[in-house]
Design a protein around this ligand. Structure first.
Ligand SMILES: Nc1ncnc2c1ncn2[C@@H]1O[C@H](COP(=O)(O)OP(=O)(O)OP(=O)(O)O)[C@@H](O)[C@H]1O
Length: 234
């Protein structure tokens, strides 16, 4: 059996006649942080949406811990151990911050906690009794992360968490995500901020127009002629 926690094999996702994902393959090992980068519209979020069960792949396979998971709903995937954050978080605004995390936790009763207190872990201890509607956008992203961690994922999909955070907050966040990975969780991180990616991932996949155009270190990506052309030409 493969040691990869996730294998995406030749996945195609179409919207009408448009191939948002055009034969994407990737794999992640337990404890690894893989970053998915690329210009706007290259298919990064669609990739997370397919893996997390929000969209169904038109072709190809998604295999999690050796099991084909194509077509399973997000709730079933969350129970198996796949949790995600959203580019635009949508907390339950009429609930408190703590209640938002409790809801996430209740949905996965059997899970052994990954962290004792997800809110304290992400730095939202002080606002746990506030209504979620009062959080600023950065805090809403951290709440989204806390909710995902409350599900005790084995695979955590992180969609543009860093936008709007200052450099000190980013360094702290990168350390937290590395700590999550050190517990054996595989992380797939979609991110535009290269300084943040640099603090996180040993391996990056660069996407363009629904295809992978590079896989390797971020430093090597920055030296790759095709990658440079896609970024500068786009
Ligand atoms: N639900 C949808 N219906 C139609 N087209 C979609 C849908 N979701 C995504 N697309 C299209 O698929 C392509 C890839 O979008 P996607 O959001 O995956 O890109 P991305 O790399 O995450 O971009 P960004 O960095 O701007 O978030 C885009 O052209 C987008 O317009």
């Amino acid at each position: 059996m493969s040691e990869n926690v996730l294998e995406v094999r030749q996945v195609v996702k179409k919207f009408g006649g448009f191939r948002a994902l055009d034969g994407v393959s990737l794999s992640i090992r337990p404890g690894e942080i893989l970053a998915l980068v690329g210009p706007n519209g290259s298919g990064k979020t669609t990739c997370i949406n397919v893996i997390s069960g929000l969209y169904r792949a038109d072709e190809g396979e998604v295999v999690f811990q050796g099991q084909r998971i194509n077509g399973l709903p997000m709730s079933a995937l969350a129970r198996l151990g796949i949790n995600r954050t959203f580019q635009i978080p949508k907390p339950f605004k009429a609930l408190t911050v703590e209640e938002n995390v409790d809801v996430a936790h209740r949905n996965i009763r059997a899970a052994t906690p990954l962290v004792d207190d997800p809110l304290a872990f992400v730095g939202l201890d002080d606002v746990r009794d506030r209504m979620a509607s009062t959080l600023n956008s950065g805090q809403q992203k951290l709440l989204d992360l806390a909710r995902a961690l409350a599900g005790a994922p084995k695979l955590l999909l992180v969609d543009e968490l860093a936008a709007g955070m200052n450099p000190a907050e980013l360094t702290e966040l990168a350390a937290k995500l590395r700590e999550v990975a050190s517990k054996g969780v595989a992380l797939l991180v979609v991110e535009h901020l290269m300084g943040f990616v640099n603090q996180l991932a040993e391996r990056v996949i660069v996407m363009n127009a629904g295809k992978e155009i590079f896989e390797g270190s971020l430093a090597a990506a920055a030296q790759d002629a095709t990658v440079v052309e896609v970024y500068l030409g786009g």
